[in-house]
Design a protein around this ligand. Sequence first.
Ligand SMILES: [Mg+2]
Ligand SMILES: [Zn+2]
Length: 195
Amino acid sequence: MSRGKRPAVFMDRDGTLSHEVGYVNHPSRFRLYPWSAGAVRAINEASWLAVVVTNQAGVARGYFPETVFDEVQQRLRQNVESGGGRFDAVYACLHHPSVGEPPYRADCDCRKPRPGLLRKAESELGADLSRSWVIGDRHSDMLLAWNVGARAALVKSGYGLGELTYLAPGWSRQPDLVAENLLEAVELILNREPA
Ligand SMILES: [Mg+2]
Ligand SMILES: [Zn+2]
């Protein structure tokens, strides 16, 4: 382990930190889960990095302007901060490989499960990916973790219960952890791996 490097908990947004409501095409549709601020606070207190990694192709698809995305990200930060938590970074992929116009239409390296957003955290924040976890409600979040040698936790919120019940039996690799929600996942991870 190199000096100064810290493990990170990478969190998906929709279905993990906030209710899965389809495209958040207006800021009023964004609703944080009641346990999310406490989960982020627990990550802060353990001196791990707390980082959001989210795919938001709605901009590329022309469903809403980037200003809506910006405002939702601001609400996310404010909601978590008013609950005593703080993100070290909020990273998003706004691209889609085949829909829309450049610059949003792009075969980028940051659309999950591609590892670009995690690599960014590695270079900008000094995240130690080999000791890090990704928490999400979809298989692509699990693949994201495994693509960089991190571990993957599946939450049952959002699409999680459905993925776990109907799809996970067909996955060649199973999640390293399954939890009811983000807070339970964070508590299990931090108990298992003191920083
Ligand atoms: Mg999700
Ligand atoms: Zn991207």
